[in-house]
Design a protein around this ligand. Sequence first.
Ligand code: PLP
Length: 411
Amino acid sequence: MQVREGSYYIQNQKVTDLAAQFGTPLYVYDGEKIVQQIQQLQQAFVGIDLKIKYACKALTSISVLKLMRKHGVELDVVSPQELQIGLRAGYSGSQINFTPSGVDFEEIEFAVENGAFVNLDNLDVLEKFGQKYGSSKPCMIRIKPNVAAGGNAKIMTAHEGSKFGIDIRQQAEILALVEKYDLKIVGLHQHTGSDVKEASAFIEAASRIFEFAMAFPDLQCIDLGGGFKVAYKEGDYTTDMESFGKELSGFFQQFCERYGRKLQLWFEPGKYLVSECGYLLVRANVVKQAPGRTFVGVDSGLNHLIRPMMYDAYHHIVNASNPDASVQETYDVVGYICETDNFALGRPLSKVTAGDILVLLNAGAYGFAMSSQYNSRFRPAEVLILNGEAHLIRQRETMDDILRNQVEIDV
Ligand code: PLP
């Protein structure tokens, strides 16, 4: 988003015009930014066979998935429903990786029947997979390397206490099942967590997986998950993709030499690809003065963007109706949900008047995807800007959506 001639723009679209045309609250995604992030990632890894599997849980809109596909990005899904959205977006099953957590075996069967690769994440499911498919279907295993990293405890997934994956210390049990059922393990997977600050954590997890991999002769890929860090506020640490890519590429090449064959390296980024492309446009309903503070109540809340309340996440906010930032006042920006529902406390903004359009930045990942109908409110519409044109890619919900599955009985 840039300021030009005193107005905020996303590509060539004036933010306040988007709000007027599509209404608020509104999610807007900048397609150019998504493509930029894809290319940055593709270019960062040198001399290795890299595959990017977009972790589509971050933002599951079909049109975004189509854009990913157009630019050579495949998919990582965590539910049969995400898998079906991927198929709808034109992916073949073999381009989709299913990485579930503790699901019923039926979900695994569904994925296999649709040609997807499955990351098996516990010994029971490995046994069931062996009983049903033996060596007839290739599979992957999710390993927990016991590396603690991630923006906060809720989004760490590879530490010892984490529910995810099979503990790396259980290699003997895994190998026994592989032998018993002649399993064809074609990939090993690990996902460290989200918002991982230290590149060294990825390297540490990778080195453990590489060591572990030497006992699996049929591998085609190593999948190191997602978790790359983007900046939510100025000065935030981010994953320096160029230097990380170089370091890891070299490390991976050494591993391949030791392994005896060239393998593919997979990553499953979510945030890195779609966080910064996303903006949540909201309207100030009220500006309420109280002793010592001023609240701005907006037409949205934790039902549309839960990250501030769920993870104490920071989202930068600007007042698109008053881009002159030279005079700032301090506001508590709060949602309309009937519980404590803060987007930001004590935040300096250019003067806000009821009716102004505020923009929450970095809202593409885990924004709409984690939204709900709490308080029986409609989820926002979504717009994707491609080549300067704003396309509605999801309609705002209506009362029919709220009532759709309710079954009314006479009482
Ligand atoms: N892969 C797996 C298995 C995940 O669980 C997640 C996020 O929860 C991701 C990839 C994407 O993480 P991020 O959005 O931080 O890149």
